[in-house]
Design a protein around this ligand. Sequence first.
Ligand code: ADP
Ligand code: ZN
Length: 610
Amino acid sequence: MEKALRILRDTFGYERFRHPQEEIVRTLLEGDDALVLMPTGGGKSLCYQLPALARPGCGVVISPLIALMQDQVAALRQLGVRAAFLNSTLAPAEARETEQALLAGGLDLLYIAPERLLTERTLALLERAPLALFAIDEAHCVSQWGHDFRPEYRQLEVLHRRWPGVPRIALTATADARTRREIVEQLGLQHARQFVSSFDRPNIRYTITDGGNARERLWRFLEREHPNDAGIVYCLSRKKVEETARWLQSRGRVALPYHAGLPAAEREANQQRFLREEGVIVVATIAFGMGIDKPDVRFVAHLNLPKSIEAYYQETGRAGRDGLPADAWMAYGLQDVILLRQMADESDADEQHKRVTRHKLEAMLGLCELTSCRRQALLAYFGETMEAPCGNCDNCLSPPATWDATEAARKALSCVYRTGQRFGVNYLIEVLRGKEDERIRRFGHHRLTVHGIGKELQAAEWRTLFRQLIARGYLEVDHEGHGSLRLTERSRPLLWGEEKLELRRRQRPQPVKRARATPRPEIGEFDAADAALFESLRALRMELARAQGVPPYIIFSDATLREMVVVQPRTLEEMRSITGVGEHKLAHYGQRFLEVIAGIQVPLERSKQT
Ligand code: ADP
Ligand code: ZN
């Protein structure tokens, strides 16, 4: 373990292990197997990278994400680690070179795609090399029930049979109890020690907003919180992706579209710019994200309602992997609720599948309409209890006002009933507000008792009320796609005055200024001088990254740059104490960064801008 600590400090530049890294490392160093469940950003990679360095031989990492391997290897080489990968993107000559390095004992870590690993040729190659461990990344890919199922993962048991003496570690960020059992069974990990971390992501602030004009609200959010930051905006349709990207561009942001309908080359180019430049926004359908390892995504915004809490948690989880404050922001409205309800009812799937889909949507809507802590509800959904409210979600920071909506809801439900359960929201609101046009006269609805009984609320307020009634199951949307509303069993007691209804108010108080639950100096707000220094350090990082064709965050993370701003080291010795500055980076970059901090050097990128 002493050796492990030395590697942690000298190679990675970290002062201490994060819980439970130390126990996991110890397990592997003792030659035992481990199964690690840790949320995104928890620090999984260190759990196998460090033991691979501490044990004799090469660590073999199996990962399905070929697109990521290159950057992972580049990041390790920045640390001075001898790393390489084997996958289909390599030319035969390059692959041979890597194989020879492996056999000569010249590699610490080798990343391999599962289909490549399982070829007899590769297996035979590995038998001739000294091996430190096997790491099976994204281990949930073994599950037939998940979205990321990879059939080859089911054959990885071969590793255990052919190398019984080499310890194995399986890692994932997405595993419920069932998936965990599958991983254990399929990979033969019955004797592995299990490390299950809390799935909370305390640095992510959850905000869910409702009401009209989602785009303008998104813009205000970006202006206020993330004027220069990189982030992802998720939309449901390709058309909305392209419109939104153009709209953000027209307002001066670098915003790039990403969806399955774009030519592969354009998708790839947009993804590369997102990874390699600073402050780029990707507007995407859910096709974007799997395999995005960018640690400094500062916000994930949803302009549509996700289909389930699982999807919401996975997508928002791409924010803030580096542990610095990040936002999960969402806007949703009546149309989302109607559309998703219809999709859940209409799909070709069998009844059982439909029931599950509907159930998941209910849970998602419940989260949206919630008036208490969102994080408590999210964690509870995944079977975790959190004792106190989190203090870092919209409901905690500015508790929503509620109102007694019983009377208004009864009016709305009566209106649905009296007009024959054949009309959509817009028409119902016109009747409630007493409009008398040709259509209303034709149906004779101007003579109904409900006509004009709802003038006390604005049309927008009625829309909110209808959305909440649909979300809570008091009304259902027709299956034919006309959007007409019908009463449900649930609505009777409310209609007959046997039940009261409290709803969240539409107009919410202004969001309070970011108050952090646990203020940490390295992530606090900067004053103008510090902000300028931070930008200069970022510019130098960009210059160095460009020169080597790598993403800037693998030179130094934002967290490391922030610590430099706070500590302002003056010597290499002081620089060495900064988190994320190991020996290799100190030798290569230390001097340049010291000069910027001392104000001696102006980075190229910055002098170009000014
Ligand atoms: P995961 O793979 O679980 O999503 P990573 O391995 O990418 O997470 O780690 C997330 C971030 O945490 C990275 O920026 C990494 O450098 C940092 N990190 C990991 N372990 C430590 C540690 N012991 N001390 C400081 N930072 C750490
Ligand atoms: Zn909360």
